[in-house]
Structure formats: structure tokens, C-alpha cells
Write a protein that binds this ligand. Structure first.
Ligand code: NAD
Ligand code: ZN
Ligand code: ZN
Length: 346
């Protein structure tokens, strides 16, 4: 079968012929319906160098995948051939306390496991078929189309988790600022805030097109990133500042903006891997503002996200690319010209 693989660090991905995966005991293979192209893949391809992570190359990209169950290994029960499923992305040990709570994203044995999941060190979803090492890692999709549902597993799950931990702050009269609001994660963050909270949503992004998508998803205000953005956002939040600032970019300038607009008692949540840092000192953030990074979400939260999509409350805006144009999808993601999420459809 064909697979889009990372073969060398700091090189574009290559379409290669690879053997079809065979499920071992307890494993399953899915026929891929869609695999989203995440900006983290660009960080992985462009910023990582040999030796930084213990991943062996080559491996197939795609850590945001959905498809149909295609083959079952010995002893697998509870899933049926042909059933549409989403693949939960962060693969933990499955046995530690966190994993048993469904929080495999924060598996206590992550350091010794070495690899993070399919598409992140192991073969992912940008291929005709994908091996999933355990049936616990798939969630039924019901009537949802796998290509449209693939982004639920990361572009939606990651902001869902980041928002869920701040839900108590997001009551009537509150405001939530989303930096990078027109991107893959951003437009889903806005949709989730709109669906689940009465907060006023303030979108920040670089282009009018990106702010347009955020507005379609429920952002009440759009602010272009730049020197005057902090003042514009502060004018919208008033004296209290924002209860939640989600930084989905994470550069020096977006973190500075986040610190300038978060309110006292607020949450500044860093999701983007832009490599910036935020100096934390007594006067650099407001009183009792909390700063946290978040990584992906739990399996239970993925079930919630899928249920919201099944109810028609959230959906991803997707731009489809065939597998042969996978490298082009990443070029367009880098250039910022993908609307919503690029999804590779083999
Ligand atoms: P994307 O390229 O689809 O979207 C990024 C958006 O940010 C774009 O709309 C872009 O215009 C906007 N942007 C870029 N620079 C900006 C700036 N200075 N000010 C305002 N907006 C700006 O990317 P994505 O796939 O949505 O990923 C977003 C980030 O989240 C990436 O850094 C990615 O690696 C990271 N990520 C983190 C996790 C996690 O679990 N922590 C999970 C997935 C992705
Ligand atoms: Zn990702
Ligand atoms: Zn674990």
C-alpha cells in the first residue's frame, strides 16, 4: 500500500510503497477514511533534528485519524468489521492510573514507552491502512463520515480539553480569547466555546480570512494580531480582562499578548508549540492568573467531542487532499492557505 512517510528529519514527507499492516493478537487494522494534517507535524518535520526524540525513521505521518475497522487480530472483541471508528491518538501503557482514567495523554510511563502514538514515532493514518495496537484506542463514530470526523481526534479534542478545565470560569459576562482562532484547532476551539459556554469569544489571528472562519464558528469579535491587538482586546474585555486565553500559537509575541489580556483569577493556557517563553514574575501576570500547558485530551473527552459532533453541535471545516497530494497539503498548511483542517483522504 501507499503511505506518506517522514524519512529524514528536516525534509518534506515522501509517498512510499510499504507492506500492508497485519494485526497481531489484540490489535486491529483500520481502512483509513481520513487523516488530518496538524501543525505539530510541521514542527516535527522542520524543527526536530536527529537525536532530539528517540523515534526511528521512517514512519507514516498522521496522528488524527478515522476510518473503518478492516481486520481484527486474535482475541479482539467489541468492535465489528466495517464499523466506522476514530483512533485516539496518544497511546499510553493502558495500565497506569492515568491510563485507566482514560488520560493516556498523561500516561505515567510515557518516558519508558519512547513513542507517543501512530504518526508520532509509529506508523500513523496517512496510508491506506493503519495498525492500531489495542481495541481500547478506537471510539465508534456512529453515522459520522470518517474523513470529516478525523479532526475531532486532535483539532477538536485538544481545545475541548483545554476549555473543559476552565469551564467554571466561563459563565455569563465572561470572555474567552482564542489566539490562532482561524486555524485547525482554532476554529474548533471557537465552535466548542460557542456550543458549551455563554462566554464572549474574541478571536485573534493574522488574516481577515482566518477571522472570517472564526466568526462563522461563533466568535463575537475578531482582532488582527499585531502591536495594537492587546489594547483592542482589553477594550472588549473591560477591566476584568479575559477569564480564559487559549494561545494556539505559542510564540514570544502571542504569549506576551496572552499575558497582557488575561484577567486576575484567569487561565492562560498554552497549546501552541511555537517555542516562545513567558516570563512569570510577581508583576508579569495578573494576581492569581494561572499559566498551564495542555497536551491533547482523554479518551472520555474524545467520546464527548464525538457525541457533540453526532448531535450536530460542532463540526470541522475540512479541505480534502488525496494521499498523492499529502506533501502539498503540508506546504499549504505552512503557507497558511488551508481553510479549516487539511484532511488526507487515501
Ligand atoms: P494551523 O496552522 O492550522 O493554525 C494556526 C493558526 O494560527 C492560523 O490560523 C494562523 O494564521 C494563526 N497564527 C499564526 N501566527 C499567529 C500570530 N502571531 N498571531 C495570531 N495568530 C497566528 O495550526 P494547528 O494545527 O491548529 O496547530 C496550532 C498549534 O497547536 C501548533 O503549534 C500545533 O503544533 C499545536 N498543537 C498542540 C497540541 C497540544 O496538545 N498541545 C495539539 C495539536 C496541535
Ligand atoms: Zn496534532
Ligand atoms: Zn499509562
Amino acid at each position: 500500500m501507499q503511505a506518506l512517510q517522514l524519512t529524514q528529519w528536516q525534509h518534506p514527507p515522501e509517498l512510499r510503497e510499504v507492506p500492508d499492516p497485519e494485526p497481531g493478537p489484540g490489535q486491529l487494522v483500520i481502512k483509513v477514511g481520513g487523516a488530518g494534517a496538524c501543525h505539530s507535524d510541521l514542527h516535527l518535520m522542520n524543527d526536530f533534528v536527529e537525536g532530539l526524540v528517540p523515534f526511528k525513521l521512517p514512519f507514516t505521518l498522521g496522528h488524527e485519524t478515522a476510518g473503518w475497522v478492516d481486520a481484527l487480530g486474535a482475541g479482539v472483541t467489541g468492535v465489528e468489521l466495517g464499523q466506522p471508528v476514530a483512533v485516539y491518538g496518544p497511546w499510553g501503557c493502558g495500565r497506569c492510573r492515568r491510563c485507566r482514567l482514560g488520560m493516556e495523554n498523561y500516561c505515567l510511563r510515557q518516558a519508558e514507552l519512547v513513542v507517543a502514538g501512530g504518526g508520532i514515532g509509529l506508523d500513523g493514518g496517512m496510508a491506506e491502512r493503519m495498525l492500531v495496537p489495542d481495541a481500547r484506542l478506537v471510539v465508534p463514530l456512529g453515522d459520522l463520515d470518517p474523513a470529516a470526523a478525523a479532526p475531532l481526534t486532535d483539532a477538536a479534542l485538544t481545545p475541548y480539553h483545554a476549555i473543559a478545565r476552565s469551564m467554571a470560569l466561563l459563565g455569563a459576562g465572561s470572555s474567552a480569547v482564542v489566539i490562532g482562532a482561524g486555524g485547525g484547532l482554532g476554529h474548533m476551539a471557537v465552535a466548542i466555546l460557542e456550543a458549551l459556554t455563554p462566554a464572549t469569544i474574541i478571536a485573534v489571528d493574522q488574516t481577515e480570512a482566518a477571522l472570517g472562519l472564526a466568526a462563522e464558528r461563533g466568535a463575537g469579535h475578531g482582532v488582527i494580531a499585531g502591536a495594537s491587538a492587546a489594547a483592542e482586546v482589553r477594550a472588549l474585555t473591560g477591566a476584568s480582562g479575559a477569564e480564559l486565553v487559549l494561545d494556539l500559537v505559542g510564540t514570544e509575541s502571542t504569549l506576551a499578548l496572552a499575558a497582557a489580556v488575561v484577567g486576575s483569577l484567569g487561565h492562560l493556557t498554552l497549546v501552541g508549540l511555537g517555542g516562545g517563553t513567558l516570563p512569570v514574575g510577581f508583576f508579569s501576570v495578573p494576581y492569581e492568573a494561572s499559566v498551564a500547558t495542555t497536551y491533547w485530551g482523554s479518551i472520555i473527552e474524545l467520546m464527548d467531542v464525538i457525541a457533540l459532533a453526532q448531535a450536530g453541535v460542532i463540526s470541522a471545516e475540512i479541505t480534502r487532499f488525496p494521499l498523492a497530494q499529502g506533501a502539498e497539503a503540508y506546504e499549504r498548511l505552512q503557507a497558511g492557505t488551508v481553510r479549516g483542517r487539511a484532511v488526507i483522504v487515501p
